[in-house]
Design a protein around this ligand. Structure first.
Ligand SMILES: [Ca+2]
Ligand SMILES: [Ca+2]
Ligand SMILES: [Ca+2]
Length: 238
């Protein structure tokens, strides 16, 4: 009670004194607020500086990585021709087809004559046409012969060859050469007996080239489709 009376009946001096203390108290609080705001600001600037620093170092790293990538791409481009040259070493000498002892429109290689059709026929019609010419669809006996054929045919065409699958999985050469005794040069993923139609794929062809590889590999295709073809025969003197 005494305290309440004292507060209620203070003198004007006491009021002034009290107001002064109050002012000092509020001013102290404001100073503290200022310090806190200042501290928060300093902390914010510090964090911002740190974040910007980290970001700059990341960007520098990214720029360095991009630089390295560009260098490696340039290096791989410079290396590419060398790799291709090595892969295609067997084609280093350009093949100049010669007629030799063969008929007109035929080319000679080792001990065979080859005819490359421009007309497209089904596999059986192609074989019949070769037979009419005293030959058969080409039998690829080894890699040298495949490389020779690869060098003389057009890149974008597939060509029927003398390979046929009489029963699924049982391939045979038209001239009676033992298929199991010859090298097999199927393209990647072939033979796949792809059945766009009910027939599946039972006839062999020298596949159109889809990569920079110059060697042409084999594909099994639907026998009823029309493709150009290659006939092979011995020269007449044989
Ligand atoms: Ca042959
Ligand atoms: Ca087949
Ligand atoms: Ca196929």
């Amino acid at each position: 009670m005494e305290s309440i009376s004292y507060d209620r009946f203070t003198t004007p001096e006491a009021e002034i004194n009290h107001t002064g203390q109050k002012f000092l108290l509020e001013s102290g609080r404001q100073n503290r607020k200022m310090y806190i705001i200042y501290g928060v600001l300093v902390l914010y600037v510090f964090i911002l500086t740190l974040a910007v620093g980290i970001k700059i170092s990341q960007v520098s790293q990214d720029v360095a990585d991009v630089g390295l990538s560009v260098e490696s791409i340039v290096a791989s481009i410079k290396e590419a021709p060398k790799t291709l040259q090595i892969e295609n070493a067997h084609f280093s000498e350009r093949v100049m087809p010669v007629r030799g002892p063969c008929q007109e429109d035929w080319v000679f290689y080792k001990d065979s004559c080859y005819f490359q059709s421009s007309a497209k026929k089904s596999w059986q019609n192609a074989e019949n046409n070769c037979i009419q010419k005293g030959s058969h669809l080409v039998v690829v006996n080894d890699l040298d012969e495949l490389d020779f054929l690869s060098a003389i045919v057009k890149t974008s065409n597939s060509y029927w060859m003398g390979l046929v699958e009489k029963e699924e999985g049982q391939w045979s050469w038209v001239d009676g050469t033992d298929f199991s005794a010859t090298e097999h040069h199927w393209d990647i993923g072939q033979p796949d007996d792809w059945d766009f139609r009910v027939n599946g794929e039972d006839c062999g062809q020298i596949h159109a080239r889809i990569t920079e590889e110059r060697r042409r590999l084999w594909n099994d295709a639907d026998c009823t489709l029309s493709y150009p073809y290659i006939c092979e025969r011995k020269p007449k003197s044989h």
